[in-house]
Every structure is written in structure tokens, then in C-alpha cells.
Design a protein around this ligand. Structure first.
Ligand code: OGA
Ligand code: MN
Length: 295
């Protein structure tokens, strides 16, 4: 199968030529998509028709083991009955728009701050695959930041300063900064996780900044100094030249690599319009053991 990538932003993101992901089974094609993910960080597939099961199956074929620990799972039971199929919507189990003070809405609205999925877990998320099932008649884009271009643009002194640092990520922390607090019982299920601040990869010589609003503190530094560093780096990484955005259409599937990009949802009138997408995220396990675990 011929697969062509058309780059969408100056440094990253590409649209993939027309293909049907339901029937993509052959290893060379899947390998080409993985290589496209390594090169571009974000891939856009137009005109897909995916049932819940087809979305889950494709994610496993592409990248191994699925992530089932989402922050909203500590709040309410998933309305699709499968925690690996994350409900990215403003709609409740009854099909109606969530009330402004609904706790799932208040948690979900924090997708509007820069983040990378499941960085507060270990293993964290690798690929996230978000599929548009119901799109509002107004813009409600997703924005992305290229964390490899952002790393490359740092000066050598800063690279040397940060290359060996580690960061603790906590969703209880990032939600608290938004005025949303988990209960002690909920918090106990979300202890957070520690990851390197600079990611290196076996399949590419390029390094990436691994940042998110979940980034709570730099392990090796006093808390205030660490927070100032994280704020500076996020400000740097979200300069316009490192950004791209996706304007959704029905049937779009967008896949991003959480290790090399950050993302955020852009605001829209979520009390007037429904917006319903489903996300499947894979675990950031070495590919060999991912294959072994999936077997
Ligand atoms: C996500 C997410 C952004 C959006 O699905 O992880 O952050 O625009 N989504 O819905
Ligand atoms: Mn997200």
C-alpha cells in the first residue's frame, strides 16, 4: 500500500493519504505509520469510519498495549464500559450535555491546559488516537507543540543543565492549579509518576522535552527553582513557531506521540454544543515487551 505524508506545520504534523484503518493489518504498512509517527509526531487521518471495537483493535495493532487508567475513571464509570476507550466529550450517560458544575466536566475542561497524556502514570501514554464522532458547528480545535523542535532550539548550556533531570508528574497537582480537587480517596488512586525531563529514543537521534501541566516538581532541585524552570520551559516550548493545530471534521482520527509533543483543547461553548470524541492511548512500554504482553 502506498502511504504518503503531507507535512502540515513548519516543523511537524502530517496528513496521511487516504486509507482505511479498519482493514490495515499488514506489518509493512503499520511499520510505515510508526515511522511516520517518529518523523512527524502527529498524524491526521481523514474520513475514517471506526466502531469502538475497530478503534481499539487498530490501536493495538499499531502500538501494543492499551492504557486504561484515566483520571476520569476515578470519578465515574466510563459510559462505554471500557476504560481503554476514553470518553472525550461534554456528554453524560443520559446523552445530555454535562452541567457546568459536573465533576467530569470540571476535570475534562482541564484538557485545555498544555499537557501530555498520562504523564502522571508509569508507564505513561505513548500514542494517543483521538477519533471525532460528533463535532460542534463551531471551531473546537486541538493544538499541538513540537517538543523536539523546542529542545533543539535551547542553547547548549540549558541542554547540559536539564539533560539529566527528572520530573514528578501529578494530575492531582495540575487539577488543583485549575481549582478542581480530587477527594482523598480519589487522590490515593492517582499518586503520580516520575519521568526524565529530556526524553531520548532508540529509533531516533532527536531528543524531546517532556513537559506538561502535570509536571509538579524537579526531583533534583528545590521546589520553587524547579517550578520556575518548568514554567520557563513550557513558555519556551509553546512559542508560535513550535505549534500546529487541528481543526476537526467528522471521521478524523488524529494520532500524536505523547513523548515528543504536548497538546491542549481549545475553548468552545460547551454548554451549547455537544462535542464527542473517543481516545485510545497506548502504554509507553518497550516495543518488544509490549508485543509480549499483548500476546
Ligand atoms: C485528549 C485531549 C484534546 C481535545 O484527548 O487527551 O487532550 O481537543 N483532547 O479534545
Ligand atoms: Mn490529552
Amino acid at each position: 500500500m502506498t502511504i504518503i505524508f503531507k507535512q502540515l506545520s513548519p516543523t511537524f504534523m502530517a496528513e496521511v493519504s487516504s486509507l482505511d484503518l479498519r482493514t490495515m493489518q499488514d506489518q509493512p504498512s503499520l511499520e510505515r505509520l510508526r515511522a511516520g509517527m517518529t518523523e512527524y509526531g502527529v498524524l491526521v487521518f481523514k474520513g475514517q469510519e471506526l466502531s469502538f471495537q475497530e478503534q481499539l483493535d487498530f490501536a493495538q495493532r499499531l502500538d501494543g498495549v492499551l492504557h486504561a487508567k484515566t483520571s476520569s475513571s476515578v470519578l465515574v464509570k466510563n459510559r462505554f464500559g471500557n476504560e481503554a476507550l476514553t470518553d472525550i466529550s461534554n456528554v453524560g450517560a443520559d446523552g445530555a450535555i454535562l452541567a457546568a458544575d459536573d465533576r467530569r466536566r470540571m476535570n475534562g475542561i482541564s484538557n485545555r491546559i498544555w499537557h501530555t497524556d498520562a504523564s502522571f502514570e508509569d508507564p505513561a501514554g505513548r500514542y494517543s488516537m483521538l477519533f471525532a464522532r460528533n463535532i460542534p458547528p463551531v471551531r473546537a480545535d486541538t493544538e499541538f507543540a513540537d517538543m523536539r523542535a523546542a529542545y533543539d532550539a535551547l542553547d547548549d548550556k540549558m541542554k547540559a543543565t536539564i539533560d539529566s533531570l527528572h520530573v514528578h508528574h501529578s494530575i492531582a497537582y495540575s487539577r488543583h492549579t485549575m481549582g478542581f480537587d480530587f477527594s482523598p480517596e480519589e487522590k490515593a488512586k492517582l499518586p503520580g509518576a516520575t519521568h526524565p525531563l529530556v526524553r531520548v529514543f532508540s529509533d531516533s537521534p532527536r531528543k524531546a522535552l517532556y513537559l506538561a501541566s502535570h509536571a509538579e516538581r524537579v526531583i533534583e532541585w528545590p521546589v520553587p527553582e524547579g517550578r520556575l524552570l518548568l514554567k520557563d520551559l513550557i513558555e519556551h516550548a509553546t512559542r508560535p513557531e513550535f505549534l500546529g493545530h487541528h481543526e476537526w471534521a467528522l471521521g478524523d482520527l488524529v494520532i500524536w506521540d505523547n513523548r515528543t509533543t504536548m497538546h491542549r483543547a481549545r475553548p468552545f461553548d460547551d454548554k451549547a454544543y455537544k462535542r464527542e470524541l473517543t481516545r485510545v492511548t497506548t502504554l509507553d512500554l518497550p516495543r518488544q515487551s509490549a508485543v509480549a504482553q499483548a500476546a
